[in-house]
Design a protein around this ligand. Structure first.
Ligand SMILES: [Zn+2]
Length: 490
């Protein structure tokens, strides 16, 4: 105002030079004004965009911001223990991610065929009334009707021993012939998983197949799968990392990884210790992470333990314990045994939560079929004293060492004394070795099953065409690891 007034006054007296200067000033002011307008416009546009974003984002996910005011976040804060602290901390993002997490958890459950649990989870959630949630529930209800109970007489069972990490070392070691015959390499195992997954196989465990009520009566549990999916059982024997295997190309022991999941330790030929996918468990876990539909309701495999060298790579047996009356002076003194036992308990608990079941493989890897009843009894006592307490629950599964069954294919006779010893010790699932595609026997108060070895010997027999025992599940040509010395002898 004052500026323009002064200009008006001065103009009458200005010289030509002053006039030019005035025009220059005017031009400059005009330019400055233009710049100010542009800046203001830009600021207004930015402000507008910010406002639009603030308004639109909560609308994309109705459980957040705005809708939270309609009662959902209050419900979430007051009813859901898991989310209450996050929801009540006034952050709109918390309940939003809660519902996203809920939906993705439910989705994963249905991928693992657990529609009931997924529906239950959604219905009992604070978001049950949400349109999106209701729609998912109807979808799951519809999908569930397409599932069918699988024939319990047609469930195949394959088993492995410890996987070979370094085949260079294993196949040049003093036990090379044995490893070549009964072990499987990691590349072979990876290919087996891939092929079985592609064929539609789905992991189940013994408890998915049948359970026993309080009277001890067997009940088959429905295995509800979509058409085209085939249940099977996987087990791994001798998950002990025996003393004789040290330095021969196998994992050394189980540990809990940084992510809280069970994994393995490996010591390479230079003495470097690393942690990772060095055996069946973490490899299978990562495969199921990627392909949840390979696991029925989270089930993974059965791990079988003897006792004489401890389990999972820890020397937990009483024969290593200098404070035990059963200490064996020929063995090394494990002064750290109590810590080792505590660690093993932690690991077996983590394995259980991860979908694994456990089995006895006898304490001394004995020939259960040939030994005396007395020997079987002593051995079973040792297993119950040294191994069972390290597991989260009493163990009802028995895997016969060498597939040495205590009877023929007929149900165990009434007067079978060995059966009485084992039954009294709590075993209800009796598993042996049998290369038939299916061998399952459901009796009134126990079940029996055969298991097929997928090891060097069996793979080689199929590869050479001498036998065809694996053709229904595998293309052996793509599985057999060419680093194996051949022929593979039994
Ligand atoms: Zn064994």
């Amino acid at each position: 105002m004052s500026e323009s007034g002064r200009n008006r006054i001065d103009r009458d007296f200005e010289t030509e030079e002053e006039r030019r200067a005035r025009l220059r000033r005017k031009k400059r002011r005009k330019e400055q004004k233009r710049k100010r307008i542009m800046l203001l416009t830009t600021l207004l546009v930015i402000l507008g965009v910010v406002l639009v974003v603030l308004i639109l984002i909560p609308k994309k996910k109705p459980e957040g911001g705005q809708k939270a005011n309609t009662g959902i976040s209050e419900t979430s804060a007051s009813q859901s223990g898991e989310t209450s602290s996050a929801a009540s901390s006034s952050s709109a993002a918390a309940p939003k991610s809660d519902m996203a997490t809920l939906l993705s958890d439910a989705d994963r459950l249905t991928k693992m065929y657990d529609y009931d649990k997924a529906i239950e989870m959604l219905q009992s959630s604070p978001y049950a009334a949400e349109t999106e949630v209701k729609a998912m529930i109807s979808t799951y209800e519809a999908d569930k009707t397409t599932l069918k109970d699988y024939d319990h007489s047609k469930i195949t069972h394959i088993f492995f021993h410890s996987l070979i990490v370094d085949s260079d070392i294993a196949f040049k070691s003093s036990n090379s012939a044995n490893y070549n015959s009964v072990m499987t390499t990691i590349p072979e195992f990876n290919e087996i998983l891939k092929q079985m997954y592609e064929k539609g196989y789905v992991l189940v465990t013994m408890h998915d197949i049948c359970t026993f009520d309080e009277n001890g009566t067997l009940h088959k549990n429905p295995i509800m799968l979509p058409p085209g999916k085939i249940p099977f059982v996987m087990s791994q024997d001798d998950v002990c990392y025996y003393e004789y295997m040290e330095g021969q190309g196998f994992a050394t022991r189980f540990v809990i990884g940084e992510d809280g999941r069970p994994t393995l330790e490996y010591k390479d030929k230079n003495g470097n210790v690393t942690t990772g996918d060095y055996d069946l468990v973490p490899i299978l876990d990562h495969f199921v992470d990627e392909h949840p539909d390979f696991s029925y309701r989270g089930s993974k495999a059965i791990l079988a333990f003897t006792g004489y060298n401890g389990i999972l790579g820890y020397r937990t047996d009483e024969t290593y314990d200098p404070n035990s009356p059963n200490y064996n002076p020929e063995k090394y003194r494990n002064e750290n045994i109590e810590n080792d036992k505590a660690m093993v308990k932690k690991i077996t608990q983590a394995l259980k939560e991860d979908g694994y079941e456990f089995a006895s493989h006898s304490w001394g890897h004995i020939r259960t079929g040939d030994c005396t009843v007395e020997r079987l009894k002593t051995d079973t006592d040792k297993w119950e004293r040294n191994v069972e307490p390290l597991l989260p629950d009493p163990c009802p599964i028995l895997i016969y060492p060498f597939g040495s069954d205590i009877g023929n294919w007929r149900p165990y006779a009434e007067d079978n004394e060995k059966f009485k010893v084992l039954y009294d010790a709590g075993f209800r699932y009796y598993l042996t070795v049998d290369s038939a595609q299916y061998w399952l026997q459901y009796n009134s108060n126990y079940m029996r099953g055969g298991r097929r070895n997928v090891d060097g010997y069996r793979l080689y027999q199929d590869l050479t065409g001498e036998q065809n025992r694996l053709g229904d599940i595998l293309d052996v040509k793509k599985v057999f690891d060419t680093v194996r010395p051949t022929p593979v002898e039994q």
